[in-house]
Write a protein of this length. Sequence first.
Lengths: 388, 328, 310
Amino acid sequence: MASISLRNIRKQFGDTTVLDGVSLDIADGEFLTLLGPSGCGKSTLLRIIAGLEDQSSGDVEIGGRTVNGVRPSARDLAMVFQSYALYPHLSVEENMMTPLRLRDLGLIERLPLIGPLVPGRKAKLANARAAVRETAETLRIEALLGRKPGQLSGGQRQRAALGRAMVRNPVAFLMDEPLSNLDAALRVHMRAELAELHRQLGATFVYVTHDQAEALTMSDRVAVMMEGELLQVSPPSEIYDNPQDLRVAEFIGSPKINLLAGEIDGGGRVCAMGLHLRRVLDAPAGPVTIAIRPEHLEMAERASDATLPARVVHKENLGSDVYLHSVLEDGGDGRRVVARALPEAATKVGVGASVSLRLTRGEAMAFGPDRRRLEFREPVVEAAAGAL
Amino acid sequence: MAPVRHRFSVGETIKHAVLLAGAFVVLLPFYVMLSFSMKAPNEIERNVGGFFGSQAQMVDERCMKRGEPDRDAIAAARVDFPGLDDSAVRAALMDTLRQECSATPVVFNYTTAFTEAPLLRYLINGVIVTASIFLIQVVVALPAAYALAKLKFWGRDLVFGLVLFCLLIPVHAVALPLYLMLAKAGLTNTYAALVIPWTISVFGIFLMRQFFMTVPDDLIDAARVDGMSEFSIVWKVMLPTAIPALLAFAIFSVVAHWNDYFWPRIVITGNRELFTPPLGLREFRGDADGSFWGPMMASATVIVMPLIVAFLLAQRRFIEGITLSGMK
Amino acid sequence: MATSASAARTAGMLFVAPALVLMFVILLVPIGIAGVLSLSDYSLGNPGFNWVGTENYEKLVSRSRYEKMFTATLTYVFVAAPLTILLGLGAALLINSLAWGRDFYKTVYFLPVMATLLAMAIVWQFALHPTVGIVNDMLASGCGTWLEEWGWYGRGCADGFPNWLGDRDYAIWVVIFVGVWQGFGFNMVLYLAGLTSIPRDLYAAAEMDGARTAWDRFRIVTWPMLGPTTVFVVTISIIRAFQVFDIVEAFYPIGAGPGRSAYVMLFAIFEKGVMENLVGIGAAITVVFLIFVLIVTVFQKTVLERRVHY
């Protein structure tokens, strides 16, 4: 097992910068997820850790050893690919044997015809076969060992690919969207299995995905990447509750977080869409974006100067919750917001109805023009009337 | 994962060296053909003059022989050369003739190629034969492929099995019995003999059937709802969708039959009017002596070049078409 | 829909009818005719013929002329086919690994496939001419250098380089050379297509699994993934090799080379069956030829395809 450290990794393809100075420390035994939209550079970063691609500058350390320019095979990592990349002409067992053969047998022993004549080869192969059996038992794929990848279902292939990665006890596992080729139900199931496997093996996992549910459910920490930059590295709950960047706030959460345009006045007080917020910011006067999650936008009994008037345009019933998609009236420029309501409350509201929305106390977040998070604080003097 | 490729490295240089050596051997005969087609006979025989030859004026001996003034010509020409005796008139006539029969080797070679043998006729025959073969192949194969892919009828699987079996029979292998059948029918030395054995392309049927399998049934059902007959579905709905596949097949078919030599050699004997380009070239060689190498290479160039030029202009399509048989 | 279905049934049979008739007349019936005539002494123009039993086939196995035919054909097939396959694969691997210039080599190597083989064979004949040919000319220009150290080369410099086409030691090899020259570009293109369809991820996986050398990558990924291409390439190369004719006819219009050293089967069929009007023996060679093709196909279906099935 080993920790992995990235120091200021840059990657350029011609004129395009794919990674722009990424630094990240992954602890020994940690499950870290690289999360981001497609094209954000997360897969490239993973391939750089693996050694499949060279960084333009910066250092990769694995277990305290700098591995720049070291071949993938010498880094002792295992990788699970989105396409599984199983060798289609080999059975599952032979697929799992391949890394062991390549590691344990010398060049001569691997040659056809001559190889089998080398003494000691048999014992090595027997050991390898035993290791394959053991791994197969852990993954419960003993019955599939004799089959070829073409004869397996998606989930079985996924396990075979995992088996090939596990069998030689690598110092870390790299996974490149390993679940994205599975159907929805199986994906949820495999999420749980992978998390359990991680606990069982205690190995370092670096997991790449664009699916926030995967990231939030399995990881110890999530690293959100966008446009070649690491925006935030935090535990899943922090990522959701406490995003440090507007882009992270927008990327995480479904339905998306609501954004309201606001202004900071000279005293740090914030006014957004006619609402005056109770808490204040230590920031210079200027524009600000107020972000509020749908569950923190609630229906008020009646309109007041602490509510936003809105008209419901669509109701999304998920059974346990109802999401009210509404258009803000009165100077909202037709901006849409989504509010979560309990089903019993939502039944009274039809599409087209006018509602008053209220921000839950203390839940609004503010982001400056540079998209960085601005921290609210309690006002020193109880002053502004009608504030939240 | 292949290691990062560097533009210049020892490995890359060695690869280029090997491939260039291969390219040298591959291009050698093309070089010889083009070069000889432009050179004078003496340059060819002594292997001098580089690629283009010196292009010095040369005298065509055959032309001289043909134009050699006989007694009557000299007598008739006497009025033009008053005061000269016969041998002087003859010399004067020979001088003009020599001028008329002079040309640069490249002009000589190519004009001779077209005048000594009906090369143009051969080329037209080549076009007629390859075009007829392709058109008939399409007319036969397209409906059959449509039926095998999209229509349910008794014996369909049997017919398709037969198609698969016939794919294994090279037509050249059954050339002898085919020749006998055509001879019995009195069809040797006709265009029909050149075309008939190729009218059925089981490969074309197979290929188009595989293509039609990918056409959605809805498209055909929609046409039926619109009141189209099955016949018009083939030609008005399926044919347009199949254009890319047909184009590839056209290249496959035309290249094979323009270049074919074996079959025309068997069924066309003696009648130059029916010669295809390769047959014509062979005939040319039959009566060639050393001085005719230039014109002969000019003929070869004229015959080989149309496809080569088309290939260079549309490489991707050609490679696709020629390797179609690899798609199985 | 019943009427539509029955219309489709009628149309279906109508549509395959011309193809079916032509398949029988042009491909299947001739096989039968060849089989029947191979047991006779039939000649075109003769009013009648006699059944001669297996006499024609006995000639094929007993006469030295046909021994030469089988020797020439099988030599050609078993040398030219592997060479076109290996050169095609080698060229494809080299070209595929290039950083630049791929299209150039691909185009150049494919040119012979497009060119009229008969014409190019005649050109090769000129190039290989013993006295004025460009090949011997180039070889002679190497005399006086270190190349002369090589025995064969030294002898060439001293006594003149071979009469490639006229020497029975070289004849069939020159025919093979031209056949390979013409055919390997075709296999190269098929292999290039096969190479581009190999998922990049497999190479990455092999690298992660510890494949260090180019040989490891080739053995673990490239070669197995080219399996289906190879099956096809092997089959078509062998069947094409059996059909060699143009080169032999271009080089040796009469007699198929010095001492009949290039007397390949298709030439024999043409010579016996068409030129000499000995239909019976020509038909017998045709039948043997078809059996060879059948053997190759059966070999493909049973041995090769099973091995690459996945």
